[in-house]
Design a protein around this ligand. Structure first.
Ligand SMILES: [Zn+2]
Length: 197
């Protein structure tokens, strides 16, 4: 099963080995990219109920969509992706980014002005934790507002855009009790990333 995360940003050029500039700029660019990847990963985790996270061993494929063709080597691209890789781990999708836990698969550059800028992260689970059970059927859902496990029919989903630094960065899906006025009301205001949007 593959988890696919799309982030409408490019890995920061400031992280490429030949970039020359001030470290403050580099740090800032890394932070913006990290946060964007992080939020998109958290949303993917919330949506993907068929998989238990973190993945114990996974393969990561990276595709970066640029608007125009330029010579870029793939090693450079991975170096540029570092803040994004940290975010994948921070979001709890994978256990760690060392070789024990994460294998780097394909690193691909695509030129497509229609879709750029875009980072596509694919995580393929290659090993499960021993004794870890796959969840196959889901009769209950956890309400994101009151935190209670409720039967399927009592939970509704509200989909909202996720805005980071003024840019739409995917969606967030908020589950709430459709029979509890307090949950219905609160869901309208609720965001997973309150205060950071
Ligand atoms: Zn509730």
């Amino acid at each position: 099963m593959i988890v696919r995360i799309e982030v409408p940003f490019l890995p920061p050029v400031e992280y490429s080995p030949n970039w020359r500039g001030h470290w403050v700029e580099k740090h800032k660019a890394g932070e913006v990219y990290h946060d964007a990847v992080f939020y998109c990963c958290v949303d993917a985790r919330n949506r993907e109920y068929r998989i238990s996270f973190p993945l114990v061993k996974a393969k990561l494929n990276l595709t970066v969509v640029f608007a125009e063709p330029r010579l870029r080597d793939q090693d450079n691209l991975l170096t540029r992706f570092k803040p994004g890789l940290d975010a994948v781990v921070d979001s709890g999708l994978v256990l760690d980014d060392d070789v024990e836990h994460l294998e780097i698969g394909q690193v691909e550059v695509v030129v497509d002005p229609e879709r750029a800028p875009l980072t596509i992260i694919e995580l393929d689970e290659i090993k499960k934790l021993e004794g870890q059970k796959m969840v196959t059927a889901f009769d209950t859902w956890k309400c994101h507002i009151c935190g209670e496990e409720r039967p399927n029919g009592k939970i509704s989903v509200l989909t909202k855009p996720l805005i980071i630094n003024g840019q739409a960065c995917g969606e967030q899906n908020i589950r709430y009790c459709n029979d509890r006025p307090a949950c219905i009301e609160r869901a309208k205001e609720f965001s997973f990333f309150e205060g950071r949007e």
